[in-house]
Design a protein around this ligand. Sequence first.
Ligand code: AMP
Length: 397
Amino acid sequence: MFKTLDDLDFAGKTALVRADLNVPMLNGVVTDATRIARLAPTVKDLRAKGAKVVLLSHFGRPKGKRVEEMTLAPAARAVEDVLGVPVTFANDCIGADAVQAIAGSGDAVVVLENLRYHAGEEANDEGFAAALAALGDIYVNDAFSAAHRAHASTHRIAGLMPAVAGRNMQAELEALSAALGEPERPVAAIVGGAKVSTKLAVLENLVGRVELLIIGGGMANTFLYAGGVSVGKSLCEPDLAETARQVMAKAAESGCEIALPGDAVVAREFKAGAPFEVVPIDAIPDDAMMLDVGPETTRSLCEKLQSCRTLIWNGPMGAFEIPPFDDGTVGLAEAVADLTDAGSMRSVAGGGDTVAAMSAAGVSERITYISTAGGAFLEWMEGRALPGVEALAEAAK
Ligand code: AMP
């Protein structure tokens, strides 16, 4: 399907590694280096194989111009700290600056300046891709999180030189295909988060592919409303009620059980210390909003998950940033971690908020695979082909 670092000889070669250094940053300091840490296996393996490593990445949206606040220089320093390797930074990602930085880098890893300083990157431009390809011998894509974009560094370049998946990309693709490709059944999905509108395509794809679809978070309110439940002041998208009914009808046709909350944690305000109460789902007061699933729902969902062999999770069950509205998410996360530990479930979770929720629940290490990708993870859940992954498959033919 795609080649990996094991398939080519890297000795004496320059590897152009598409990384995702688009990491959270505040005042020029990297605040969360998870994505950088995930590059370690690829960088380590390539260096052990005798390759020179050159990292390519975008950062923010400078729209084809040099915007100093969007420099990758701080990310380059973080690569040095987190991976414990010497790093040289090149002021441009193509041309003389890049060539000289690579030529003079000795044993150091080279980090090239923001790809999106050039309009050719997002335009998937052949000439820009060729200018990148000219800097090395082998292309390694290790940025699953950017694979949903058909850009020069994720797509076009793979047609111009030998192209393989890095370790992070490989792990991601293996974990995802084990979860939705040919999974062990029954398969459950948990889809939570704020709104139905952002995850409609996900729901539509999943109802035809999983046996149990747990809908939580704000998006459950729209489904409840569509079923005639009064949701008070809860976050809700009434204009999507008909769509929600269609999703439920499709689920019924394909033998997918949809699990909605049976009780709710409600409050009048979404803030720390706000008074809250637990109510049955048909008793949400008109002036209150549901901010989490109730304890009875959590208990019953944990029970349903006992018999599931595979789980895909995106989106929290409630407004988990403020306790106690994290109880549902934490309760389910602990159950999933226990089932995974026991070897009865393969669990895959992804998306920014979901990663944060797993980490807040303290179970990150106990989930089979956590994807740090946001958009790419969702597009994969939608069942769409990702251009960056397709390009690697094409190159392997
Ligand atoms: P998403 O990015 O779609 O996964 O949404 C995550 C956001 O949904 C988090 O910031 C949660 O606080 C929010 N959220 C989850 N459940 C609720 C709810 N019942 N009411 C309002 N916001 C919620």
